[in-house]
Write a protein that binds this ligand. Structure first.
Ligand code: ATP
Ligand code: MG
Length: 393
């Protein structure tokens, strides 16, 4: 008897001819996640089933936690695998499984047997009935309920026999690495880590760029962004974080442009620089944490003005979310506590009292002409002096 995990996936099952690519990515990602926990595991794929089998002692909670960070997994089933030594042996093992996994036997159950191998002497219905009978005999406190059981005992007859009854939830989504790459504009706020996580959940590899404005923003503010990147990377895999020194550009805009347009113009330069790095890293899109109407720079007109400088798609996964909905996700993915640390943001340092809420693109472009003398040089300098931090997991 061997205990291991059966890994359930849902959506990738519908990918037709390319299904194996998604399965292989999931196997790889699950293996990498488990390589970081104590105890060696081997993740394998076998006839539409993915198994994670421990090779030595391991910490159950830690292994489940690792798998709960792998997108594409919908269910993690702790499972017992036995050899086929005939029905009587199977019945004994099933009774033992119930005994070991359910201290309190006062529950209803149903047996769900499946035969992938049709040469087994009993068919599924007979197995359900016979095994159910054995359980009732062994534990008279239990009872059968086929409609709404407390416990569904799965018995899968394959080359081996799998026995499991518990399904722990996975994070769902698609395996990271199956859907291209995008560049996240990662600030220290609540929204952008959530936006990055949501995009990674669809299988997208995420790199990030952070605009740092020393001395107006501190090392602690930067460290906070590094910490957020690490938390997102627990799900999304290794991430290249680009830290761009934005101070000169910000000061120059402050000196040359109307202050009520400052945020919009700054955001346009952030998008331009982020797009530069996106192209350099072969990322096909940008990601921001913008949400309609949250602040002056996120009205329809402001979004149009910042969008206008981009030539690749800009994904805004939280665009229609209320703040509380974004907070709920950040709590779930454990970024909230870090996001609310009170370190200054480069946008708030220079923010105008009454920023424009309906910027006119032509007016903004007119203001940007005041930057003609030095901005190209400054952009080049900002790009060349980028600090790249490799975020592990
Ligand atoms: P967040 O909670 O993500 O910081 P926010 O509500 O504070 O968002 P803004 O400050 O208007 O909103 O920023 C909107 C988006 O612009 C952010 O979600 C992020 O994607 C990007 N952004 C803002 N500031 C920075 C920065 N310093 N570095 C990188 N990206 C930034
Ligand atoms: Mg912010």
């Amino acid at each position: 008897m061997k205990s291991s995990f059966l890994i359930k996936y849902a959506e990738i099952g519908v990918k037709g001819k390319n299904r194996f690519l998604f399965e292989d990515a999931l196997v790889n990602n699950a293996q990498k996640a488990l390589d970081r926990v104590d105890g060696k595991f081997t993740v394998t794929k076998e006839y539409g089933r993915i198994y994670a089998t421990p090779e030595e002692e391991y910490d159950f909670e830690e292994a489940v936690d690792a798998l709960q960070h792998v997108f594409g997994i919908v269910g993690i089933c702790p499972m017992v695998q036995i050899e086929d030594n005939g029905f009587e042996d199977l019945a004994e093992q099933v009774v033992k499984y119930i005994d070991e996994n359910y201290e309190d036997k006062n529950f209803s159950f149903k047996v769900m047997a499946r035969r992938a191998r049709k040469n087994y002497p009993l068919d599924s219905m007979e197995l359900n009935r016979e095994l159910g009978g054995k359980i009732l005999d062994a534990f008279p406190e239990t009872h059968v309920d086929v409609h709404n059981p407390d416990v569904i005992l799965n018995v899968e007859i394959r080359n081996h026999i799998n026995i499991y009854s518990k399904i722990l939830p996975g994070p769902a989504g698609m395996p990271v690495g199956t859907a291209g790459k995008a560049m996240l504009l990662l600030s220290g706020g609540i929204d952008s880590p959530v936006a990055g996580w949501m995009t990674a959940k669809r299988g997208v590899v995420v790199d990030a760029v952070y605009f740092h404005a020393p001395p107006y923003t501190s090392e602690r503010a930067k460290q906070k962004v590094v910490d957020l990147a690490k938390l997102v990377a627990k799900y999304s895999g290794p991430m290249k974080l680009h830290v761009v020194n934005f101070t000169d550009i910000q000061m120059y805009i402050y000196d040359q442009c109307p202050h009520d347009e400052l945020t919009i113009i700054m955001r346009r330069y952030m998008m331009r620089i982020a797009e530069y790095f996106a192209k350099q890293e072969n990322a096909q899109a940008l990601i921001t944490g913008e949400s309609i109407g949250q602040v002056a720079s996120q009205t329809m007109q402001s979004l149009a003005a910042t969008n206008e400088v981009c030539t690749i798609p800009v994904f805004r996964p939280v665009i229609a979310f209320d703040k509380q909905e974004i907070v709920d996700i950040s709590l779930k993915i454990n970024t909230y506590e870090t996001s609310i640390l009170p370190y200054e943001d480069c946008c708030t340092t220079f923010v105008a009292k009454h920023p424009v809420t309906k910027p006119n693109i032509n007016v903004i472009k007119g203001s940007e002409t005041h930057l003609a003398e030095k901005i190209d040089e400054m952009m080049k300098e900002a790009i060349e002096s980028v600090e790249i931090i490799e975020i592990g997991q």
